[in-house]
Design a binder for this molecule. Structure first.
Ligand code: GLA
Length: 738
């Protein structure tokens, strides 16, 4: 069993040869953290790594041993993981170890998304009970170590075992005290249309946090932190990832203490949060994922990609090849009718596209974004026959049909709002702030969830719908739960998420054959929580290829390509006005779940030929794009060029992309060192042919050892002859082991 209890040393060791977590019982009954990270010998005691007692604090010892569950007010003045207000108003806790249970497998977390196993042998779970008799609290920390992954999942269940009321003020999913030495923080931050840019910096004394108080994880910060030893690069060096399986308000924080300790914590954001536990009540936190690697940032990404793709995403479409889609949004926005959509679908079919997605504008009286959210009945003026004949006709053209919805929202101009104004979130007696002319429905109310389930289910059952894009285009203001008493308003944001997850659960369970894609104005709720319900997500509303380099580069630190929707759109680009070659737009979008978002009726004959070749190319290599190992080679951030690659699991096939962002005169000879290949094999290196070049002229053979150790020639390119010219130009190579 990868969980070993040493009775004499009173030490619990979770181990699998890839990561270790060692906990030790202190003399006062508290549970200390002795070690986390590098795999250690499970047969040996590691007691000496930490003191046997807590040591209290003094001017010399201000950072006592880390606890599994640090609490305030007892001599550890660093950030706590748990703050409970007792019936007497105090927040002091004396949490002593009561016992633990070890079990094969991994239990689900009721009501919340989480990673899972398919066989009990894939993981071992330890539940550790800590208790405070005075407060009447039991805290059960659940730790799951996966058999073949450098990963430990953690969550916590709180139970009021006393007779008075407890209020949970802070309840982190995970708190980790890192091994000694300096650490750097790599976080993924941005804004709408500029999501997930990586930012890395030393952790200075004090605290640095990322988080959200928006009611969604947000475009601004990803709920994942990477903690890296200085000097760690893509391939070398030690690092931890902490990632939260949640989609609402969150906090990820690191604290560097005066004596150089580093504590990281992640979980529900404590600001504005307060959860009441009456006697007998329980509260469960979301799950946090801890990954460790000594193979650099890339090692952390490998671990997260595999876990999230195979054991967080689920359902029919988890392992299935995802269809190449055409989304109507940037092509026609709200301006369509049945005939126009059919023309678009016909033109899409001619390009080889497999799925036609009707985006916003098909319901109520929705001709602009000022109206009709909440009225999920077809707009008869645009679609006189309804959705069923539209879907049937599109299927008749050889495409499947997909639809956009935004269930959590309501327009003030809608029948739903007229009927149920109290269902929109707001504080009674205060005006509601609109954003994109819309309000948010109070999904903390069960009757709202019931209504939405029925309304959306009716749409989905009424036509042949193979795919759904579930959007969420604004954040929550004036947070208030009309159905909760005043002293429980601190529960609102989390209850909103629980209601939203419940709606996702019901609809994805009722319609298991549908391919679900999550979206929030692009990447505004692009997080591990959503991935548990929808195996793919719209990465960003920014479809410009050059902007997408940075966005997809950043997102790829945490998320697999099978999650990242990436579309080729028209130029000048609608978000930034940039003009890039069609080949470059595809070269970037290939590295994701590929599609188009333009009006296919407005393409030249040459463009149509090029797109046909792009679609066929992606279809041919779909398996490696969607399920291969993704490796970052050259960062686009602050650089004139960028490169990345995917490799099949058996290393016989790889696809490499290089984008020249800005052309410079007199380029020096340049070689791109590849990774993940088999050094002992010879690869046929072939440029993805352009419409204007014969494919046969672009092939050479190179050893894997040379491609790794010396590199693939870029300038001049010996599998393409000639220099890469021009701003925003891209090249793609296919490597096949012979
Ligand atoms: C959001 C989405 C877009 C599109 C529009 C429709 O912005 O991110 O892809 O669906 O809404 O209103």
């Amino acid at each position: 069993m990868p969980a070993t209890w040493h009775e004499t040393a009173r030490e619990l060791h979770l181990h699998n040869g890839q990561v270790s977590l060692v906990l030790g019982l202190l003399d006062n009954g508290w549970l200390g953290q002795l070690h986390v990270g590098a795999p250690l010998d499970p047969g040996a005691s590691h007691r000496h790594l930490g003191p046997v007692d807590f040591r209290g604090f003094s001017n010399r010892v201000d950072e006592p041993i880390g606890l599994v569950l640090p609490v305030p007010g007892v001599g550890d003045f660093r950030v706590p993981a748990l703050v409970i207000e007792s019936p007497d108003g105090s927040t002091v806790l004396d949490l002593v170890y009561v016992g633990h249970r070890v079990m094969a497998g991994k239990p689900a977390i009721e009501g919340l998304p989480s990673t899972y196993v398919e066989e009990a042998s894939e993981a071992t779970t330890v539940e550790i009970d800590l208790a405070d008799g005075v407060a009447g609290l039991r805290a059960t920390v659940t730790l799951t170590i996966f058999e073949d992954r450098p990963i430990i999942a953690r969550s916590m269940r709180l139970t009021n075992t006393g007779t008075g009321r407890l209020v949970v003020r802070t309840s982190m999913s995970a708190s980790v005290d890192l091994p000694s030495g300096p650490w750097e923080l790599l976080a993924f931050s941005g804004a709408w249309a500029r999501e997930r840019h990586p930012h890395r910096a030393a952790i200075l004394p004090g605290r640095r946090s990322v988080g959200s108080l928006r009611g969604a994880t947000g475009h601004q910060q990803d709920p994942s932190l990477f903690l890296l030893r200085p000097g760690t690069d893509e391939v070398h060096g030690e690092g931890f990832a902490l990632s939260l399986v949640y989609s609402g308000n969150f906090l990820g924080e690191v604290e560097s203490g005066p004596r150089g300790s580093t504590r990281a914590r992640i979980g529900l954001h404590p600001d504005g949060f307060a959860w009441t536990l009456e006697p007998g009540d329980t509260f469960t936190t979301p799950e946090a994922i801890l990954a460790w690697s000594d193979a650099g940032v890339g090692g952390l990404s490998d671990a997260l990609h595999a876990l999230y793709r195979d054991r967080l995403a689920r359902g029919t479409w988890r392992d299935r090849p995802r269809p190449v889609l055409l989304n109507s949004w940037e092509g026609v926005y709200f301006d369509f009718d049945h005939a126009r959509l059919i023309e678009m679908a016909r033109a899409s079919a001619d390009l080889g596209i497999e799925l036609f997605v009707l985006d916003d504008g098909w319901f109520g009286e929705r001709d602009t974004d000022t109206t009709s959210l909440g009225d999920w009945t077809v707009n008869r003026r645009k679609l006189s026959g309804g959705l069923a004949p539209l879907a049937a006709e599109i299927e008749g053209l050889g495409l499947s049909f997909g639809l956009w919805i935004e269930p959590e929202m309501v327009s003030a101009r809608s029948r739903l709002f007229e009927a149920h104004p109290d269902w929109a979130i707001g504080v009674p007696g205060r005006p509601r702030t609109e954003s994109r002319q819309q309000l948010v429905l109070d999904l903390s109310r069960p009757e709202v969830v019931d209504h939405l389930e029925a309304a959306i289910a009716e749409v989905l059952a009424g036509a042949s719908i193979s795919y759904v894009k579930w959007d969420m285009n604004r954040n929550i203001t004036e947070p208030y739960a009309g159905a909760l008493p005043p002293d429980r308003q601190g529960e609102f944001f989390h209850r909103y998420m629980l209601g939203t997850y419940e709606l996702w659960r019901r609809l994805t369970t009722r319609f298991p054959a549908i391919l679900w894609e999550s979206c929030a104005g692009g990447g505004g709720r692009f997080d591990p929580g959503m991935l548990a319900y929808a195996p793919q997500a719209w990465t960003s509303d920014d479809t410009d290829a050059i902007e997408r380099l940075a966005i997809q580069w950043g997102a790829s630190h945490v998320y697999p390509l099978s999650m990242m929707g990436a579309h080729v759109s028209a130029v000048p680009n609608h978000q930034v006005g940039r003009v890039t070659p069609l080949a470059t737009r595809a070269a970037v979008a290939f590295f994701g779940v590929f599609g188009y978002e333009l009006d296919p009726r407005r393409l030249s004959e040459l463009e149509r030929a090029e797109i046909r070749a792009q679609v066929a190319f992606y279809q041919k290599h779909r398996e490696v794009f969607q399920r291969g190992r993704f490796l970052r080679l050259r960062s686009p951030l602050g650089s004139d060029d960028a490169a990345w690659m995917v490799v099949s699991s058996d290393r016989t096939e790889a696809i490499v992309a290089h984008v020249r962002i800005l052309e410079r005169p007199v380029q020096p000879p340049d070689r791109l060192q590849l990774r993940g290949l088999d050094p002992l094999r010879t690869y046929r290196v072939e440029r993805f042919p352009r419409a204007d070049r014969p494919a046969s002229s672009l092939v050479v053979a190179r050893g894997g050892d040379e491609l790794i150790g010396v590199g693939l020639a870029l300038e001049p390119d010996d599998a393409g002859a000639g220099h890469q010219r021009g701003d925003f130009s891209a090249r793609i190579w296919v490597l096949t082991a012979s």
